[in-house]
Design a protein around this ligand. Structure first.
Ligand code: UDP
Length: 375
């Protein structure tokens, strides 16, 4: 008897989240079909025997070319505000027409359809409207500006969600996943990461000696490490019960963009100037997920703290990004120099958690500059 292998289709499988997912699935020995038009990505995982690449925009995919599929991940979409503002076809196309196409495939093969939506659908919700500790829940009322440069992305994702919702109403096995600011390796500045804050800052600090912060930098985000995101997607894929209409996937450890900049400057240990520019009217000022539903249903919660993720990101490619973590640890754990009042070098060995980092950041707020003696 021939062994039955699951067939999995991943739209946007060469993108940032997609390529990590494909790699993880290929290790689990599935047959994987990557559909990607490579507009904001390059082909990845091309050396894997159980991964087949089909170059196509998802909305124009010929379903006759596709064998019977068990699971569909719909991740194709442009995610960078800088890119999607100028390319509405490639936003509306995958999110609306592409979702319709994949609903057709899901109906044809009774395949589970996992649609990657975004926290952007909640719009300008802020802690004025939502309990700060609780975070944004799946049934929070969205607060949106209509017809702006940025609204095409959120609106098309919202429309994709509606399609999934109505498909479920007539018996479809599907879910809207709302990701909150996923980051990790492979989010390079030129391709998938273009415009996103973490790769932008790393590139600016390392290569340009300057970074740009939009607004006053007090806007809050909650960043999810890529491996946690992939683990969640695979858990959702394997979930035996009825999937919810929508579920948040994020890390509920919020940070301001100013603090993120400071941590990266310290971790990379480079002199860097910060330029402040006008913020987009639609740039949400506060975004923190409530992840109770994911925890309750899927027994999932993120394992990697922001500081661990950033360390991994920077240290993970040591040849490119020399990290000076020990210097940071020393700074965190030591006292100030009696002569210059800057921090002195020391011997402490471990960074325990974000609280320590936050305390440190609060401290350097009061200093004119950090003395980078560790160099
Ligand atoms: N941002 C910034 N400088 C940059 C890139 C982004 O200050 O070089 C800000 C951006 O305005 C936003 C936050 O960082 O407030 C997160 O931006 P990103 O594009 O990564 O994600 P999103 O806006 O989708 O949350």
């Amino acid at each position: 008897m021939t062994e039955y292998k699951k067939n999995i289709l991943v739209s946007g499988g060469d993108g940032f989240i997609g390529s990590h997912l494909v790699e993880a699935l290929s290790n689990l020995d599935y047959e994987i079909f990557v559909i990607d038009n490579n507009i904001t990505s390059i082909p990845r995982n091309t050396n894997l025997n159980n991964v087949k690449h089909i170059k196509s925009s998802i909305e124009f995919l010929d379903l006759n070319e596709i064998p019977e599929i068990d699971i569909i991940f719909h991740l194709a979409s442009i995610a960078s505000p800088l890119v999607y503002k100028n390319d509405f076809n490639n936003v509306y196309g995958p999110n609306v027409l592409g979702t319709m196409k994949l609903i057709e495939l899901s109906e044809r093969d009774h395949a589970r359809l996992i649609y990657s939506s975004t926290s952007e659908v909640y719009g300008m919700l802020s802690n004025e409207y939502i309990n700060e500790n609780q975070g944004i829940k799946e049934d929070s009322i969205a607060r949106i500006h209509l017809l702006t440069e940025r609204s095409i992305y959120a609106s098309s994702k919202r429309m994709g969600e509606e399609l999934i919702y109505h498909f479920k109403q007539r018996g479809g096995d599907a879910v809207n996943i709302r990701f909150f600011n996923v980051y990790g390796h492979g989010m390079d500045v030129v391709n998938t990461g273009y415009g996103r804050v973490i790769p932008n800052f790393i590139n600016g600090i390392l290569n340009e000696g300057k970074i740009t912060i939009f607004g006053n930098g007090n806007q809050i985000r909650s960043f999810l490490w890529i491996d946690d995101a992939i683990e969640a997607l695979i858990t959702v894929m394997n979930y035996q019960g009825v999937l919810p209409d929508a579920v948040n996937l994020g890390n509920n450890e919020p940070i301001s963009i100013n603090d993120l900049a400071k941590i990266l400057i310290i971790l990379l240990n480079k002199k860097c100037s910060i330029i402040y520019e006008k913020i987009d009217r639609d740039d949400p000022l506060w975004r923190k997920p409530n992840i109770d539903l994911a925890e309750k249903l899927f027994n999932w919660k993120p394992k990697v703290s922001l500081i661990k993720g950033l360390q991994e990101l920077i240290g993970g490619s040591k040849t490119k990004y020399p990290t000076n973590l020990f210097y940071l640890i020393d700074l965190l754990c030591n006292e100030r120099c009696s002569k210059c009042s800057h921090w002195k070098y020391g011997k402490c060995k471990e960074v325990h958690d974000m609280k320590l980092i936050y305390n440190f950041i609060n401290e350097i707020e009061t200093l004119e500059e950090v003395c980078f003696v560790g160099g």
